[in-house]
Each structure stands twice: as structure tokens, then as C-alpha cells.
Design a protein around this ligand. Structure first.
Ligand code: ARG
Ligand code: GLU
Length: 720
């Protein structure tokens, strides 16, 4: 006992104080804060192997993929892997009725068959640097917030100009710790990225929204792309003359598999977390905003899902939309219940008590930090209302609301241009944009489904939006039908130009200023314009004002929390910059008496198999491979591994991130988090927060055995 105590004491004294597996850490500070802990946990490499500017390292193989995902290089010839849901829109864009790659999958059997993707880019980090001193030079204590921002903005512009002078890199400076620290990021972006392979959706999206955010999971969530460069290995626009990019580093792939307790590390681009907010922020979300938003999206999903189940055509049109609506909806539900279970508010409140006591101990502190929490309280009391009005209006009658209303909203620039007497050329430009928008919109539109959405959204808006926030156009309609929107929906939907492809196209193609009256009298247009006017007006003003007051307090509160933490190192909230998370493979207890193992296998896919349920319809070819146990060298103990979980702290944006073992080899691709711990964006729970990864061996098996694209395996570096 004494000995254990002594060992404990010694590690406590020597190791930097970092909460074990929590956190998304800054690559250049790993050496200082984390590497010892990582090595204690089993990591066999050095901090320089992760991030270095002097030699090839892991960071040279990790990229931002498209707008919001991560990807990693897995061959010396520019081959990369990311999630299926990250490549989804690209796969969809190549799909037609004859070549339905979403349904059937796509595999290039040679370089010539790879498909180019205009607009798709991948971005590498060349280097990063702490520029806090340069960015805040000239900032004075007594400056107003606006003055301070201006000084910093100017400094940043200079830093960025310096970093990009004489090279083709791009650069940005981003605040960390709520604006208490600033880092420069210098990036290189490649613009010719081609689709190489994707499994059918029945594998890449297996389990669909039903299994999303859940464990046990069986989704083969990956797709393959290849980066092309010019003859000098430099970024270039798409050209037939381009050649596969030769990276400085690519990940070797491990076939050894994972065991409970193994070290794992995730290296990617987490989008955003809110770890240091006050209790008021949490209660704004869980007690006020989430319940209403959950009800709202739930109502939408009920309508859309029923329509999708009744008609395969509607399924194709709405599946991507439904996935988008469902993803945050489900996360909100998980976050809310997770925070209740964890007692997040109570924990925050008790932290705030301790914080107050600490502040009160010293006069100087109390002068600097004494009012933070009481000021937060006042601000959040107003903020919660504006936050809700903004989100709720947007999700019902605004940009993300009833589809025909949101389409109507896109005609506002036309109306404004006409009213402001814009010239013919400007008008034609707007009309051209509208015309292509209409093409896209009606490709995935079903009027009856949207009509039902209209009725449901109008009813919920009336019930949940305080009268003082209800727009006039809504009140008028309400009066006209006495609140019975079902009664007027048919009439509105048959008369409006926004519910019919031909009508709206005709309107745009034969546009005449005399038609403006018709547009402005359209009830759907009136709703869209009314909401936009309200949100862009007083609501926005107040929202921005409160937002900037809160972020000022955030900066101060963060500074105080850093001091309060003393020796403990706090990780900065995620902000879509490259981060390292580490931890270990392990199952968890979702509820009393139940234990979830750390991995799933193909057996589980067969258990879920049900041709009647879209999300669980296992492809025949996969069944054949299962019955033949034809797993090649990718099996473990005679079974085909599919997914595994670990306690790496991850969030949205980490999709597609490499999951790396103690040797630095790729063992998986991150794609989700497990339900019970999903509130880790606000508070990490080591008992239940788990990231979900695709086992890389399942991807290799699919490429090799399912798709017969073994030539791709040949270019990878496998470690047996
Ligand atoms: N939950 C994961 C993420 O946040 C996966 C989302 C895509 N899958 C889906 N079924 N909607 O992005
Ligand atoms: N699926 C998420 C993404 O697209 C990752 C899951 C998470 O939020 O942790 O980035």
C-alpha cells in the first residue's frame, strides 16, 4: 500500500498535470505537455514523429478534406481514405440512374477510371506557430472591445501577409482559449482530388440514421480518393497531365488489430467544443433551446421518414436531407440526456462556487474577476430568448424551414434589385443564379411532403413562438384560417410559384418587372420575407450585441480559469485546427448491468440483416463472403472485425481522422461517437465518452475481396 502511494506521488510530481484521456491537444505543444503521458500509455514514438518542421512526420499525411472532414494518406502515390459520409456528395454527384454509385458503390479499376471532382480540395498544414505577442501588439487595457478587435485584425493581416509572401501557401491566425492566445497556420491546398472507390451505401451507410451516434455499430464508413499534382508535385487545377501526388509521408497500415487497453491516438480537425462555458450556457441549451428544437426536428423527420418509406422515389430525393436533419437532432437528444445523467449543470455550479471562493480570496482577483458570473447571468437571461427566436424562426419559416418558403426567400435579392432600380445585367445575373438553383431544388423536391411540413411547421411556430416574435405574415394567415392550416394548405400550395418546377422556371425565364406584384403577394414569399426582415433587423442587432458581450466575458473567464487551474494544463476548445487526442481502446457500461465490448464484427451485420428495412439490407455479395468465411488475412480469430471504440476525445470534423496505434500505424478511421457520451462537446465523461472508428481491416477486406480492387492494396504499406 505504502509503495503504491509512493509511486502515485512520484508520478504526480513528475508528470505535467493533464487530465488523462480528455482533450484535443495542440500538435506543437505535445512535446511539452503530453508526450510523457502518451508514452506511459504505450505510445512508442516521439513528439517529432507526430509534428515536425524538420522532417517528414504524421502531420504531412493528415488533411482537411473538403469543407469539414479529415482525411489521411495511405500510399506513396497520393491515395487517401476518409469517411463515406464525407465523400457522399461527391459520390452522389457522379451518380445517375444508369450508374448509381451511391447504391452500387464505385471502384476505379485503373487510374484512368478515377473521377475528377471540381471544387474538391485537400489542405495540408505546413507549419503552425504561436503568434500571441505579435497579434496583440498595441492592445491596451483600457481599449474598447471594438478598438481591441481592430488592432488585432490589423496585426493579423500583417502576420498573414508575412507568412504568405513569396510562396503559394495560404495562412490564417486563429484565437485559442477564447482569444487569450493566437496561433498562425500556414497551409498548402491541392485542387485535383479524384474519386477512387466507395462501397455501396448499404455498407458505407449501413444502419443509416437508425444506428447513427450509437454503439454497437456496423457501418463501413469509408471512401477513397487520390490527390493529383503537376509535374513538380505542386498543387494544380485538374488536368489530364497531372500525376499522382507523392507525399512526404503516408501511414503504414497495421493488420495486427486492436485489443482492450491498447493505446490509440486520433489526429485530425475537430470543429468546435464548449468546454469552459458557464452553467448558464448549459441550461440555456438543455432547458430552453434543445427541448423545442428537438420537438421541431422530430416533427419534420416523422413526416419525411413516412414519405420516404412510402415511395422509393421520395427516398432518393430526401435521404440526404433527412440524414442532415437527423444528425444534429439525434445529437441534441443524446447531449441533453447525457448532461442530465452526468449532472453537468450541478458540476458546473459547484465549480462556479469554488471559483467564486478563489476569486474572493484576493482583492486583485476579485476586482478583475468578481463580476464575471453575475454578468453572465444577466446576459444569458436575454440571450436565451434571442437564441431561440433565431433558431426557431430559421428552422420553421426561414432558410432551414419549410422547403418552398426557403426557396421563396432566395428570390429576395431579385425583389430588392428591382426595387433599387438595378440594371439589366445585374438582374440577368440574379435570374441566372435563380434558374440554376431551381434546377437543383426541384430535383429533390416532393410537393405533398412539403405541404405536410408546411402545416406542421405553421402549427408549431404558433405554439412555440411568443406572440411578440410572430411575424405579421404569419398572423394574417392564422387569422384567415383560424389556426387551421390544413384547411388553407392546398390552396396556398397550388397557387404558389415556389411549389412547382415549371411555374417557377417560367417565372424566371420570362421575367418581367410587372410580375413583381404577383411575387410579393405570394403567401410563401411573404412569410420568407417577413422572417428575414425580423431576423436581419432587431433580432440580429441584439443577437450580435449580446454575442459580443458574452465573448468578451468568455475571454476574461477563460483567463481566470487558466489561473485558477494553476498547474493543471487545460486544453483549448476545438476550433477546426489540427489536434491530437489520445486514449485507449475499451468498451463501456451504457447502463447498470450492461457492458458493451470494444469491437463489432460481420456477425453483427448478419444479425441486423433485414431486406425489409432499408438501413439493414445487407448486399448479397457481402453475405456470400460471410458464408464462405473468405476473409483472407484481414480476419481476427476467424471473424471479420468491423468497428471499434476508444476514449479519444473527438467531435464533428474528426470524421475521417486517422486512428493510430502505439507504433504510429493506422488501425482505423474515426467516424462517430457513442450515444451515452455524446455530450463530450460540453463535458467529457471518461466512463462513457467513446469515439467510434472503422476497423481498417474491414476497409481492406472490402477493397480486396468485395470490390476486387486488390491493386489498391498493393500500393499501401501493410504491417503484418
Ligand atoms: N454522426 C456522424 C457525424 O456527426 C455521422 C453522420 C452521418 N451519418 C448519418 N447517418 N447521418 O457526422
Ligand atoms: N460524424 C462526425 C463528423 O462528421 C464525427 C462524429 C463526432 O461528432 O464526433 O465529423
Amino acid at each position: 500500500m505504502r509503495k503504491i502511494f509512493l509511486v502515485l506521488l512520484i508520478t504526480l510530481l513528475t508528470a505535467p498535470l493533464v487530465r488523462s484521456d480528455e482533450g484535443m491537444w495542440i500538435p506543437i505543444l505535445i512535446e511539452k505537455f503530453n508526450i510523457e503521458i502518451m508514452q506511459e500509455k504505450g505510445f512508442k514514438l516521439s513528439a517529432e514523429d507526430i509534428y515536425s518542421v524538420n522532417r517528414a512526420c504524421m502531420k504531412d499525411a493528415v488533411m482537411i478534406f473538403g469543407g469539414g472532414c479529415t482525411a489521411e494518406l495511405i500510399s506513396p502515390e497520393g491515395l487517401l481514405i476518409t469517411n463515406h459520409h464525407c465523400g457522399y456528395s461527391r459520390i452522389q454527384s457522379h451518380s445517375t440512374l444508369e450508374h448509381d454509385y451511391l447504391t452500387d458503390g464505385f471502384w476505379a479499376m485503373s487510374r484512368e477510371e478515377e473521377l475528377s471532382n471540381p471544387g474538391l480540395t485537400v489542405t495540408f498544414l505546413k507549419y503552425m506557430k504561436d503568434v500571441t505577442d505579435e497579434a496583440t501588439r498595441g492592445v491596451k487595457k483600457r481599449m474598447s472591445e471594438d478598438e481591441r478587435s481592430e488592432v488585432i485584425e490589423n496585426n493579423i493581416a500583417e502576420i498573414v501577409a508575412g507568412a504568405t509572401e513569396g510562396n503559394d501557401y495560404s495562412a490564417f491566425v486563429r484565437p485559442f482559449y477564447m482569444g487569450n492566445q493566437f496561433f498562425l497556420f500556414v497551409n498548402e491546398t491541392y485542387r485535383d482530388v479524384r474519386l477512387v472507390g466507395a462501397p455501396p451505401s448499404a455498407i458505407g451507410k449501413f444502419g443509416g440514421d437508425t444506428d447513427n451516434w450509437m454503439w454497437p455499430r456496423h457501418t463501413g464508413d469509408f471512401s477513397l480518393f487520390r490527390i493529383y499534382a503537376d509535374k513538380n508535385n505542386e498543387p494544380a487545377d485538374y488536368s489530364e497531365d497531372n500525376v499522382p501526388y507523392e507525399p512526404e509521408y503516408h501511414f503504414p497500415i497495421s493488420l495486427k488489430g486492436v485489443e482492450e487497453g491498447d493505446f490509440t491516438m486520433v489526429f485530425g480537425y475537430p470543429g468546435g467544443t464548449s468546454q469552459y462555458v458557464p452553467s448558464y450556457h448549459i441550461s440555456m441549451l438543455t432547458d430552453y433551446v434543445y427541448p423545442r428544437m428537438i420537438e421541431l426536428r422530430g416533427a419534420k423527420l416523422d413526416i419525411i421518414k413516412e414519405a420516404m418509406n412510402s415511395d422509393p422515389g421520395i427516398r432518393i430525393k430526401y435521404s440526404s436531407k433527412a440524414a442532415g436533419i437527423s444528425n444534429s437532432w439525434k445529437r441534441w437528444i443524446g447531449e441533453k440526456s447525457g448532461m442530465e445523467r452526468l449532472g453537468t449543470i450541478e458540476k458546473k455550479l459547484s465549480f462556479e462556487d469554488d471559483f467564486r471562493n478563489w476569486v474572493d480570496q484576493k482583492r486583485k482577483r476579485s476586482k478583475a474577476y468578481g463580476d464575471i458570473l453575475s454578468e453572465y447571468k444577466v446576459l444569458y437571461d436575454s440571450m436565451k430568448e434571442y437564441y431561440l427566436v433565431n433558431s426557431y424562426s430559421t428552422e420553421t419559416l426561414g432558410r432551414r424551414g419549410v422547403e418552398a418558403i426557403s426557396l421563396a426567400g432566395t428570390f429576395m435579392p431579385l425583389v430588392n434589385a428591382v426595387n433599387n432600380g438595378a440594371d439589366e445585367e445585374t438582374l440577368q445575373g440574379i435570374l441566372d443564379r435563380l434558374s440554376s438553383r431551381l434546377q437543383r431544388f426541384f430535383r429533390n423536391y416532393d410537393r405533398d411532403t412539403d405541404r405536410e411540413l408546411f402545416v406542421a411547421m405553421m402549427e408549431l411556430y404558433g405554439q412555440n413562438m411568443d406572440e411578440k416574435w410572430q411575424i405579421d405574415a404569419y398572423k394574417e394567415l392564422y387569422k384567415a384560417c383560424n389556426g387551421n392550416f390544413e384547411m388553407i394548405a392546398d390552396d396556398i400550395y397550388s397557387r404558389s410559384v415556389f411549389t412547382d418546377r415549371d411555374k417557377s422556371m417560367q417565372f424566371v425565364n420570362n421575367f418581367d418587372k410587372r410580375l413583381m406584384g404577383q411575387l410579393e403577394a405570394d403567401p410563401l414569399y411573404k412569410l420568407a420575407a417577413g422572417v428575414s426582415e425580423m431576423l436581419q433587423g432587431t433580432v440580429r442587432e441584439k443577437y450580435i450585441e449580446l454575442g459580443s458581450q458574452i465573448s468578451m466575458l468568455d475571454r476574461l473567464y477563460m483567463k481566470a480559469q487558466l489561473e485558477f487551474a494553476d498547474d493543471e494544463v487545460l486544453w483549448p476548445d476545438a476550433n477546426f485546427t489540427l489536434r491530437v487526442a489520445y486514449g485507449e481502446v475499451g468498451g463501456y457500461e451504457p447502463e447498470d448491468g450492461v457492458y458493451y465490448t470494444h469491437y463489432t464484427t460481420l456477425e453483427g451485420i448478419m444479425e441486423k440483416d433485414n431486406p425489409e428495412i432499408y438501413d439493414y439490407d445487407v448486399p448479397d455479395r457481402l453475405k456470400e463472403l460471410f458464408y464462405g468465411k473468405d476473409y483472407g488475412r484481414y480476419a481476427q480469430d476467424g471473424k471479420m472485425p468491423v468497428c471499434f471504440i476508444a476514449d479519444n476525445h473527438t467531435t464533428g470534423g474528426n470524421s475521417g481522422s486517422p486512428v493510430i496505434n502505439a507504433e504510429g500505424h493506422l488501425i482505423g478511421v474515426n467516424f462517430d461517437r457513442a450515444w451515452e457520451g455524446v455530450s463530450s462537446d460540453l463535458m467529457f465523461n471518461p466512463e462513457q465518452s467513446r469515439n467510434i472508428s472503422l476497423d481498417i481491416r474491414y476497409a481492406l477486406f472490402l477493397i480486396d475481396k468485395f470490390a476486387g480492387a486488390g491493386y489498391l492494396i498493393d500500393e499501401m504499406t501493410l504491417v503484418e
